[in-house]
Ligand binder design. Sequence first.
Ligand SMILES: [Zn+2]
Length: 436
Amino acid sequence: MDIVIKNGVVLTLNSSKSIFEKGMIIIENDTITFSGEEHSASIPQHSKIIDAKGGIIMPGMINTHTHVGMSLFRTLADDTADRLRKYLFPLEEKFVTPDLVYWASLYSLTEMIEGGTTTFADMYYFEDKVADAAVQAGVRGILGESILNFPSPDTKEPYGGFENTEKFLELYSNHPLITPALAPHAPYSLNMRNLKKTAHLADKWDIPVLSHLAEMPFEIKQIAEEYGMSPVELYSTAGLLSKRLTAAHCIYVNNEDINLLKASGTGVAHNVSANLKSAKGIAPVLQMASRDIPIGLGTDGPMSGNTMDVVNLLGYTAKIHKFDNKDRTVMPPAKVIEMATIGGARALHIDGKTGSLETGKKADVIIVSTESTAMFPIYDYYSALVYCASPRDVNTVIINGELVMEDRKIKTFNKKETKSEAEKIVMNIKKELGNF
Ligand SMILES: [Zn+2]
């Protein structure tokens, strides 16, 4: 059905950041066919009309790095030292099954939709189950099976992720919402031969690549000892830096690394909240942005960043970079909203398809209500979104032309059933943890 959204302020996030104060969006099938002032277009017959009630109509937010299948482990062993290797990998080996991944993903997707996220990039295990959940929820996903040098929950073989990726690719090629990706876990968890193999297969299969990169001090040390180079140089040598790659974190990058990222067209997923929580460091986002490296925002997994919506990242992104640079002018709210929307689309190399409200783009649109107490008064829409909004202000979500949430009600799946299935799994985890 065609949809018309009117009676709201349209933030287009187009190249001139046009704002339409009495704006209107017309959606036909999966595509935006009008974005402008209400008076300059007529409403097509038989369309569903959504009254934005004076709210903010904007592009859906893009979560450029996450692991949605981990939501049922949230708050477990938070703030334990060396959590990834001592705790997380063994925990996943014991508990991660296709059933857990499906319900955990759908639970994460509930939170993402309720927070206005319309696209997410994910790397985990049993990624076909993540895809099933995303299709059920109606959310756009770039999804990759993790590839590692040791057995993982979905394969007995080291590097079994390659085979899983090939199967996943067969299941989900040419899907309107799902784009399969290759997901080499990190520079320290694949050898050179398999990093090169990943780059080769990405070209052969013509698919994107998602990876962690330059995230941790032990990674920098290990790669320097093994190869005498930085993780970014290693990826460059392996042929992985390219317009296909979205690299998560990029905290420990020097000037030469930034040059390599820039020259290759690599996108960066900035996970500000997760990086602060784990005390890993602050990525040099301003230096990278000043070189026009595409940067989007990411929550990281629910064990790392805990909350799964992008709205919670907005204030952190503005404040930490201002604080870090001792300059309140360096990260204005418009720049943050750009990173949350079209910047994320650029970082995932899908900005031709989504990320802004422009004629011809896929209809990934949200309405943020301005009725809550903190959202008044508004002299600057970007400021209100970054410094005042909460995820609960997101009222309506449309993805690929489909109404996924209307007036805070999710329309694509049963939220109650999802919670109760998740509860059963969590009860079992709690019981088993005694023996863990
Ligand atoms: Zn991650």
